[in-house]
Ligand binder design. Structure first.
Ligand SMILES: Cc1cc2nc3c(=O)[nH]c(=O)nc-3n(C[C@H](O)[C@H](O)[C@H](O)COP(=O)(O)OP(=O)(O)OC[C@H]3O[C@@H](n4cnc5c(N)ncnc54)[C@H](O)[C@@H]3O)c2cc1C
Length: 386
C-alpha cells in the first residue's frame, strides 16, 4: 500500500528484515497454521526456530544473544507477522514472549536476571509470559490481589492470574503482585516466577472466540517461595513498570493491526478479481471497488497515526495519548475491515477455506486486550484535561 516508498520512521536498511520475516511466515508458518489452530497450539519448537533466525532478540544487545537492533526492528517483525500467513494466535504466542514478557526483564532487570531469562529467552529455549490480569482485576489494574509477603531471603506468593497468553507453556512469568497491605497503585511489585516452583500451578486453558493456536492460561499460586533475586525493578514500583510496558504493547498492537489490514485488502482484491457473479468479476461491481477503496483509506490513516507515534516513541517522547489513540483507532478498524472482507467473499468468507473467518475472529480481541477501547478513551480524554 506504500507504492514502493519506504515510509518513515523506517529506512532502506529495514527492508531486508521485512523480506526475511515475510519469507519465514510464508515458508514455515502458513503451510501449518490451519493444523495448529485446530490443535489449539503451535509447536514449542517454533520459538527455537525464531530464536535461531534472530527474531526473538531483535532489539536486545548482541552480548545477550540479540541482534543489537532497535524498537523499529521489533515493529517490523510484528507488522510482517500480522500481515498474512500466520494467525492471530501464532503472532500472540510469539509476541507475548518476545515483545511483551522479555522487554520489562531487560529494561528493569539486573545482570543476573538478564542472564537467567533474556539469554535463554532470545534463543527460544525458555518461554515467558506477562501476568497482570486476575479474575477480579482486568481494566482496574490497581485492584490486583495476588499477594507477595516478604520473608527472610525472598517472598511467599499466593493468588491467581487469568487470561495469560502463553500461561500454559511459559517457563517464567513476569508477575504483578501486591507487596503492601494497602490497595491502590503504590503497593505493586513485579516478581519473576518460574513454572517449576512448588505451589505454581496451571489450573486451566481457556477456549476462546479467536487466537486459537495461542494458549491462554489460568494460574494459581499457593505459598510459592520466590527468592529476592527475582524482584524486578523497585519494590512497590510495579505500577510504573506496568504503564511503561503498556505503551509498547499497545503500540505493537496498532502496528500488528496495520499489517493485518494490508493482508486483508490483498485477499479482498485477489478473491474479488477471480470470483464471478452475473457473468462478471465481483471486483467489477462499483460497490466492491468502493468498499476496498474505503478499506485502503482507513488503513492509510491508521498507518500514518501508528508510524508517527512509533517515530515519536523511538525519539523518547511521552506518547501516552498518541499510543492510546493509535490502539483505539486501529483495533476497531481492523475488526471492520475483516468484516468487510468476509462480506466481499460472500458465503466462502464464512467458511474456513480462505481463512478470512479466522481473521475476523482473531481481530475481535483487539478492542479488549491490552486495555479496552473504553479505557483508551478514558486515557485520551484525561490527557486533554477532561
Ligand atoms: C485472549 C486474551 C489474551 C490475554 N492475554 C493477557 C496476558 O498475556 N496477560 C495479561 O495480564 N492479561 C491478558 N489478557 C487480559 C486483558 O488484558 C483483559 O481482558 C483486559 O485488560 C480487560 O479486562 P477484563 O477482561 O477483566 O474486562 P473488565 O475490566 O471486566 O471490563 C469489562 C467491560 O467494562 C468496561 N470498563 C471497565 N472499566 C471501565 C471504566 N473505568 N470506564 C468505562 N468502561 C469500563 C471495559 O471496557 C469492558 O467493556 C488477555 C485477554 C484475552 C481475552
Amino acid at each position: 500500500m506504500d507504492q514502493g516508498r519506504i515510509p518513515p520512521p523506517f529506512e532502506e536498511h529495514h527492508s531486508e528484515l521485512r523480506e526475511s520475516v515475510r519469507r519465514f511466515v510464508v515458508n514455515e508458518i502458513e503451510p501449518h497454521v490451519a493444523e495448529w489452530e485446530e490443535r489449539r497450539e503451535f509447536p514449542r519448537e517454533l520459538y527455537e526456530r525464531c530464536g535461531e533466525l534472530g527474531f526473538l532478540g531483535l532489539k536486545f544487545p548482541t552480548e545477550y544473544g540479540g541482534q543489537g537492533g532497535t524498537h523499529l526492528d521489533d515493529a517490523i517483525w510484528v507488522e510482517e507477522l500480522s500481515r498474512r500467513g500466520a494467525s492471530g494466535g501464532v503472532a500472540a504466542g510469539l509476541n507475548a514472549h518476545a515483545s511483551i514478557a522479555m522487554p520489562p526483564v531487560f529494561e528493569f532487570g539486573d545482570e543476573w536476571q538478564r542472564q537467567r531469562w533474556i539469554v535463554p529467552g532470545v534463543r527460544g529455549e525458555k518461554i515467558g509470559a506477562l501476568g497482570i490480569t486476575e479474575p477480579g482485576a482486568g481494566s482496574d489494574v490497581a485492584n490486583i490481589r495476588t499477594r507477595a509477603v516478604k520473608v527472610d531471603g525472598g517472598w511467599v506468593v499466593n493468588g491467581s492470574k487469568t487470561f495469560i497468553t502463553n500461561g500454559v507453556r511459559a517457563d517464567f512469568l513476569v508477575c504483578a503482585c501486591r507487596t503492601t497491605e494497602e490497595g491502590g497503585h503504590g503497593g505493586i511489585s513485579f516478581l519473576v516466577l518460574e513454572s517449576d516452583m512448588p505451589g505454581y500451578e496451571v489450573t486451566g486453558k481457556l477456549e476462546k472466540l479467536g487466537w486459537h493456536s495461542s494458549d491462554t492460561g489460568e494460574l494459581s499460586f499457593t505459598d510459592v517461595e520466590v527468592p529476592d533475586e527475582h524482584l524486578l525493578g523497585e519494590e512497590n514500583g510495579g505500577f510504573g513498570l506496568i504503564m511503561a510496558n503498556f505503551a509498547w504493547e499497545r503500540l505493537l498492537m496498532a502496528i500488528g493491526a496495520v499489517g493485518a489490514m494490508d493482508g486483508l485488502i490483498d485477499k479482498a482484491i485477489a478473491y474479488s478479481s477471480e470470483r464471478e457473479a452475473f457473468g462478471r468479476s465481483v471486483s467489477s461491481f462499483q460497490v466492491t471497488r468502493h468498499k476496498i477503496a474505503e478499506m485502503a483509506t482507513t488503513t492509510a490513516a491508521s498507518r500514518a497515526l501508528t508510524y508517527d507515534t512509533l517515530r515519536r516513541f523511538v525519539e523518547g517522547e511521552d506518547v501516552t495519548r498518541e499510543v492510546s489513540m493509535a490502539k483505539l483507532m486501529t483495533q476497531r478498524a481492523l475488526v471492520d475491515i475483516a468484516d468487510q472482507t468476509v462480506q466481499i467473499f460472500g458465503g466462502w468468507g464464512y467458511m474456513r477455506e480462505y481463512g478470512v473467518e479466522r481473521d475476523l475472529r482473531d481481530a475481535r480481541l483487539g478492542p479488549i486486550g491490552g486495555g479496552t477501547d473504553e479505557i483508551m478513551k478514558e486515557i485520551i480524554s484525561k490527557t486533554m484535561g477532561l
